[in-house]
Write a protein that binds this ligand. Structure first.
Ligand code: 5GP
Ligand code: MN
Length: 343
């Protein structure tokens, strides 16, 4: 954050404030971990902070400390709107543009007249925040919240619960500390979070070893549908609505499934196409290794975006048509895909 902004924000926060903290729609581990950590930090400093999430987050994150006080904008609409309209400032965490909270909540935020602060690691943040801390090189928003507390010279106020939330955000957004964005700084921060009480083995168990039987069967179906196109170093997975229904799909069940496609030897570009009949879209996740930018790819063809190696988007046509369109694009990228990664 630019120094002038930081000083103004520090001055603003020097007296008790009503603060709302917002993650993106369909919040993931980083979105929930970073918002809950910041919320508990502010509440420990005599502010009145509340997390208002656009919609429900996965079951495997419900154990996170502070989770019981989260309001869901779509379900608890009146309380959520009241909290937003009564707040002195809104923190936007882990997203870069207001539309990422969904149309309905975006309207409420667009009408908001006090200031926004944004802490985020996605590319090209929209110009909405009076206080902007944007850094695309940082692995997770949770790590940025840690750096934000460093800027406030207050990491000593990190409690066990705050450390647990930050650890969860960093762990989930780095694929358990394995993606390229994981640096020695990340490991130093994680070490400090463990010193401050984060129980790393428990957190891993609660997030990754909490599968339902049906979720594993759905994963089996996804792997059965896996297609590899070695000439493009590409692999993709599809899941139809019927397949989701067959295995009692719950929110979060498909999280991370795309990484199985990327785990194939020689594959550097992976996608998953998931039919969503409610929203009438095909929701897509892209992942890559090396220099092939799935952020650019998702922006160019699928109305989406994200990071260079992890992005998402959507399509309005059928699952079959979406896959056909996707595969028709690959020849344009053959050389780039062949050259993009040294094994
Ligand atoms: P995921 O595939 O896990 O849903 O998302 C991967 C990354 O891409 C996340 O950082 C997420 O914020 C971003 N992303 C996912 N879907 C979209 C989308 O529809 N639009 C944009 N701009 N970013 C997305
Ligand atoms: Mn994130």
């Amino acid at each position: 954050m630019e120094n002038g902004q930081l000083n103004r924000l520090k001055a603003f926060l020097s007296s008790p404030k009503n603060i709302v903290i917002v993650p993106h729609r369909n919040p993931d581990g980083d979105a929930m971990g970073s918002t809950l950590a910041l919320c508990q930090y502010f509440n420990s400093k005599n502010h009145k902070a509340t997390v208002v999430a656009p919609n429900e987050y996965p079951e495997f994150l419900h154990w996170l400390p502070g989770s019981e006080n989260v309001w869901l904008f779509d379900k608890q609409n009146n309380q959520s709107k009241r909290a937003i309209n009564n707040s002195d400032i809104i923190f936007l965490l882990d997203f870069n543009a207001l539309h990422r909270v969904g149309d309905d909540m975006a309207k409420t935020l667009e009408a908001y007249t006090n200031d926004f602060a944004m802490i985020d690691h996605h590319q090209q943040p929209d110009d909405v925040a009076t206080y902007l801390y944007s850094d695309t090189s940082v692995c997770s928003t949770a790590q940025m919240v840690y750096h934000f507390l460093e800027m406030l010279e207050d990491t000593q106020s990190i409690t066990k619960n705050i450390a647990t939330c930050l650890y969860t955000g960093i762990m989930t957004d780095t694929g358990s500390f394995r993606f390229r964005s994981t640096t020695s700084t990340t490991h130093r921060i994680v070490a400090d979070l463990i010193d401050k009480g984060a129980e790393n083995d428990k957190i891993h168990n609660q997030v990754y070893d909490a599968n339902s039987y049906n979720r594993l069967l759905l994963l089996g179906q996804a792997l059965t549908n896996l297609k590899a196109l070695p000439e493009y170093k590409t692999a993709f997975i599809t899941l139809s609505d019927a397949e989701k229904k067959k295995y009692g799909y719950q929110k979060g069940d498909t999280e991370g499934v795309v990484n199985y496609a990327l785990s194939l030897k020689g594959i550097i570009f992976a996608a998953i196409f998931i039919e969503d009949v409610e929203q009438k879209i095909i929701k897509i996740s892209f992942r890559s290794k090396g220099s092939f930018s799935v952020n650019k790819f998702a922006r160019a063809y699928f109305n989406g975006g994200g990071h260079d190696n992890a992005s998402g988007g959507k399509s309005d046509v059928s699952l079959e048509e979406t896959v056909a369109y996707f595969t028709s694009l690959l020849p344009n990228y053959k050389d780039e895909l062949q050259q993009s990664y040294e094994e």
